[in-house]
Ligand binder design. Structure first.
Ligand code: NAD
Ligand code: DAU
Length: 351
């Protein structure tokens, strides 16, 4: 692809920062624009190592601001968009759905409108929308989500992502906008905000605080190392078929309680604690409302058509993740001060 000016939205977030880093380093002839509102989840500390690169520019903006998006597209004439900006945490979508409707749905449409208006000729242009497997709903004990699985979202978060997926496809079908979509399973790795299960558990174990496990801990998630997600996004952006959807997954299903037990074992080793110490912190708490039982992705299409597969075994990835958190004390301190305390209290202390 001859694209040179690539707009990445949400590039200061967890997955976005890994995608920005990969694109800036791997494609020195591209100019990467990272557009981010810097919500509680956006953190420029995630990008210290790339911010002075000549092919990187940060733009602080809100994707919901349609006029701003129009003027940025006019000014920079982006060749491609990788759209990751979103409100991403299911529990927050239960307590405050409107934020999710605004950013995930209205924000996506304002970007689509800006692309459609500024791209007079769609030749060589691409709008790549990054989405989630949660749009497919919940599985029972058996089966996998494929690209043909019917949408059946349950949480305000997944319903907002499902809407945005439909709208991206609608702009392709109605206006001919060149689009691609990927739906990925649960990511883990460095820079993950400690509201999500793995980094929250690492943070609490480190501080000998209870590890909150929702319900009976029997829900199943399919975990993928974040850098493997970033490499899949790169591949789909460059080699995927315009108009197509690709599922991305880790072939790596874990019951929450088994994952937490493994994490406790790794943390005991890393912290020099006696085996079994961290597991004593496991605390079963009130379940998440509408909690989806099981997600499992069939990523066969991506493997068959583009040759992608995950590079890391889960145990290895989890150990690398723990190492990152233990050696990035300052990062963790910054993101868990201030508003995080209020969030944590509302979500867990009063649960
Ligand atoms: P995140 O919450 O860590 O980061 C989101 C980023 O978007 C932040 O930098 C935030 O500041 C920015 N943002 C939020 N609202 C914005 C707005 N209105 N305008 C501009 N920027 C805004 O999220 P994440 O986990 O990195 O997820 C990134 C994308 O990947 C999301 O679209 C999410 O739905 C999708 N996804 C996430 C996972 C996962 O496991 N985390 C899995 C599959 C798909
Ligand atoms: O599947 C992809 C999705 O994965 C992404 O689209 C979302 O953006 C991302 O947040 C993630 O959603 P989940 O809800 O699966 O992730 P979370 O880390 O919040 O929860 C993982 C599982 O752990 C889930 O079954 C709920 C449970 N859980 C979570 C938290 C925060 C707990 O038991 N205790 C907790 O404290």
């Amino acid at each position: 692809m001859a694209s040179r000016k690539i707009l990445i939205t949400g590039g200061a977030g967890f997955i976005g920062s890994h995608v920005v880093r990969l694109m800036v380093n791997r494609y020195p002839d591209y100019h990467i624009y990272n557009l981010d509102k810097l919500t509680y989840a956006g953190n420029l500390e995630n990008l210290r190592d790339v911010e002075s690169k000549p092919n990187y520019t940060f733009i602080k903006a809100d994707i919901v601001d349609g006029e701003k998006m129009q003027s940025l597209f006019q000014e920079h004439n982006f060749d491609g968009v990788i759209h990751l900006a979103a409100e991403s945490h299911v529990d927050r979508s239960i307590s405050n759905p409107m934020e999710f409707i605004m950013t995930n749905i209205v924000g996506t449409v304002s970007l689509l409108n800006a692309a459609k208006a500024s791209w007079k000729n769609f030749e060589g242009k691409l709008f790549y929308h990054v989405s989630t497997d949660e749009v497919y709903g919940s599985l029972g004990e058996e089966g996998f989500f494929t690209e043909e699985t019917k949408y059946d979202p349950h949480s305000p978060y997944s319903a907002s992502k499902a809407s945005s997926d439909h709208l991206v496809r609608a702009y392709h079908d109605t206006f001919g906008l060149p689009i691609k979509i990927s739906n990925c399973s649960n990511n883990y790795g460095a820079n993950h905000f400690p509201e999500k299960l793995i980094p929250l558990a690492i943070h609490n174990i480190k501080n000998s605080k209870p590890i909150p496990v929702y319900g009976k801990g029997e829900n199943v998630r399919d975990w993928l190392y974040v850098e493997d997600h970033a490499s899949a996004i790169d591949l789909i952006f460059h080699k995927g078929k315009v108009g197509d959807t690709y599922n991305i997954g880790g072939f790596n299903e874990w019951k929450n309680i088994d994952l937490i037990q493994l994490l406790c074992k790794i943390m005991d080793q890393k912290l020099g604690r006696e085996e079994g110490t961290s597991a004593k912190l496991i605390t079963y708490v009130k379940d998440r409302a509408g909690h989806d039982l099981r997600y499992a992705i069939d990523a066969a299409k991506l493997n068959r058509e583009l040759g992608w597969k995950p590079s890391l075994q889960f145990e290895e990835g989890l150990e690398k993740t723990v190492d990152w958190y233990l050696s990035n004390e300052e990062w963790l301190q910054h993101v868990t001060s201030g508003d995080y305390q209020k969030y944590y209290e509302g979500q867990y202390i009063k649960r």
